[in-house]
Write a protein that binds this ligand. Structure first.
Ligand SMILES: [Ca+2]
Ligand SMILES: [Ca+2]
Length: 588
């Protein structure tokens, strides 16, 4: 036997124990690109792959397409079975590895966006349907503002941001906006099984609107008058204790479990202790309030005209605040150096102006929107290696699409070109086997969802399918086509592989699954190694796949990759609602 064949056999022996085939476990719609990814931890070579149906019949045999290595996968092949369009269950086999069951179904995404809402309900402050009691009812007392400090403002409500109980307008207003947008564009993708309190009883309102309204009512409390714009509830002193929201013993100086601090936007750097943020205006927060209120005013105009009129007025006021005070209102740090370091605000004002134009037909808002859009055509993380924590937020700019909906043909071309430029910048970094070009900073799953959403919006605006493969790859990544083979949404699909040990005291202490939660997702190994107070509590079941430049751990101790995130979960509602709708006609 020639030596080269012996070597090939030896390599095959190595790869048989370390080769896997990763797929989207939620499934593929019949007209979507369908690519399984072969990943081997050792160098190996395969030539072809086979697809079998549920009866074990071979229905496709094709050459495997070699791709660049990625992370722990020293050998990557793309196994393209897009030609299979018949609904059914399949398996892909190659190089001694077999995929999990692959589903091809017209309704593969039916109900998926509603599944995300389970986690949103679980995160509610105020009345919480899991605990069946009111959480954090003493919120809160104004701090860090000489003219209003020590004043009590009634701001109970909204959502806990992640597995701590901090609350931010920045993330909550964006979450509210995206859920409203998902409903506006894809109403048929949402059902009604829960009431306004989040309890399991239909109330004649789509559950996504019940959830958005829970957010809106908190936002209204956080912006009680034109001169009072609040931004944050609680701070990282919350992290002192690892306890349930019902027994939260965080002490902000008013006693354990008592009032929590409310931070206003002041236009100046904030931080009560050693660390300060770099706030220099109000527009980033004002724009987010205005866009959520403006879109909600349009949606509720018929069903609740009184609420809609209030939201309309608040949208105008918030927008005026942002125009008067350009700049950012960042998260306020407490004892730790981590905070939301949002550095862009033109995107927020653009979206607000676009939604105000849609609401009022006042062309001044359209001019403003186009002007703000020209300030930041591309969300700056796109094409970059790294970024500060939530530096460019929201992760994609819904403003370009919001303007496009009501713009003339010439402006539509410009707006589509903005999206195209950002997508191309990410794609230029994505020549690996997983077709992934995002930077693996903290909350990478948010970037993945946003890249796919922007690609979908671009496709919807133009019919141009040039990024279709990458859009699908990002969606596939979130549902298991990643080195670890893990769905990044807990319980979706329920018979798939997903996190069972998330960084959450509710999950840990109450043995709650946290269905629907999107996790932070993998980060650069260098980030993981440098975070404070992080360590795994159990042996790492994914250790063989954590030897590359990115890591993911299903471990309660890893708050960097395995913590569920409220804003990311809400951000994904749009994409999953879109995938559940009728397919777009796309040209190559
Ligand atoms: Ca409902
Ligand atoms: Ca921004």
């Amino acid at each position: 036997m020639p030596l080269i064949h012996i070597l090939a056999l030896m390599q095959a022996a190595v790869s048989s124990s370390t080769a896997v085939i990763r797929i989207n476990q939620l499934g593929y719609i019949p007209d979507a690109p369908k690519v399984a990814v072969f990943c081997s931890l050792a160098p190996t070579e395969i030539r072809e792959f086979v697809v079998t149906d549920s009866l074990g019949n071979k229905i496709l045999q094709r050459p495997a397409s070699l791709a660049k290595p990625f992370g722990p996968c020293l050998t990557n092949y793309r196994l393209d079975f897009s030609t299979i369009r018949t609904a059914g269950a399949y398996h892909v086999t190659a190089g001694g590895a077999t995929s999990p069951t692959i589903r091809i179904r017209t309704n593969a995404y039916a109900g998926a966006a509603d599944t995300l809402l389970y986690y949103m309900r679980e995160q509610r402050s105020g009345f919480n349907p899991l605990f069946k009691t009111v959480l954090h009812m003493r919120d809160g007392i104004v701090v860090d503002d000489s003219s209003r400090a020590d004043k009590f403002v009634p701001v109970t409500g909204g959502w806990a941001d992640a597995s701590d109980y901090l609350q931010y307008v920045m993330t909550s207003a964006n979450a509210t906006f995206v859920m409203l947008m998902a409903y506006r564009d894809h109403p048929a993708s949402f059902a009604d099984h829960f009431d306004s309190r989040g309890l399991p009883e239909s109330n004649g309102v789509p559950d996504v609107l019940d959830e958005a309204r829970h957010g809106l009512e908190w936002l209204v409390r956080m912006f009680p008058s034109d001169s009072e714009m609040y931004n944050q509830l609680g701070d990282d002193r919350d992290h002192t204790y690892w306890d349930l929201p019902t027994t939260d013993s965080a002490d902000y100086g008013w006693g354990k479990g008592k009032e929590r601090p409310v931070y206003p936007c002041t236009g100046k750097p904030q931080g009560l202790f050693k660390y300060k943020n770099r706030s220099n205006g109000l527009a980033s927060t004002a724009g987010k309030y205005a866009s959520a209120f403006a879109l909600a005013a349009a949606i509720y105009r018929k069903s609740d005209p009184i609420f809609a009129a209030k939201l309309h007025q608040k949208a105008l006021s918030a927008y005026a605040v942002g125009k008067k005070s350009p700049g950012v209102c960042q998260g306020a740090p407490g004892r730790a150096p981590y905070y939301y370091e949002e550095d862009n605000w033109a995107d927020d004002m653009e979206l607000a102006a676009a939604e105000l134009y849609a609401l009022t037909h006042d062309r001044g808002y359209l001019r403003d929107a186009l002007d703000y859009a020209s300030h930041e055509p591309v969300t700056p993380w796109m094409g970059a290696d790294t970024a500060k924590h939530y530096q460019w937020y929201p992760w994609h700019n819904n403003g370009h699409y919001a303007i496009w909906r009501n713009a003339n043909a010439a402006d539509r071309k410009i707006l589509a070109a903005y999206y195209r430029k950002g997508l191309a910048a990410v794609v230029s970094r994505a020549d690996n086997g997983f077709r992934i070009g995002i930077p693996f900073i903290w909350c990478s799953n948010n970037l993945m969802a946003s890249f796919a959403t922007q690609a979908y919006l671009y496709r919807r605006m133009t019919g141009d399918g040039q990024f279709r493969e990458y859009e699908q790859a990002a969606l596939d990544w979130l549902f298991g086509a990643n080195p670890w083979g893990v769905s990044m949404v807990i319980g979706l699909p329920h018979d798939g592989v997903f996190a069972h040990d998330p960084h959450s005291v509710v999950a840990k202490e109450m043995h709650v699954e946290l269905t629907g939660a999107l996790l932070d997702g993998p980060v650069y190994s260098s980030i993981y190694k440098n975070l404070l107070g992080i360590s795994l509590h159990d042996p790492d079941e994914y250790a063989p796949f954590n030897g590359g430049f990115i890591v993911y751990h299903d471990d309660v101790g890893d708050y960097s990759t395995n913590e569920p995130i409220m804003d990311g979960t809400a951000n994904l509602t749009y994409l999953l609602a879109a995938m559940a709708g009728p397919p777009l006609a796309t040209r190559k």
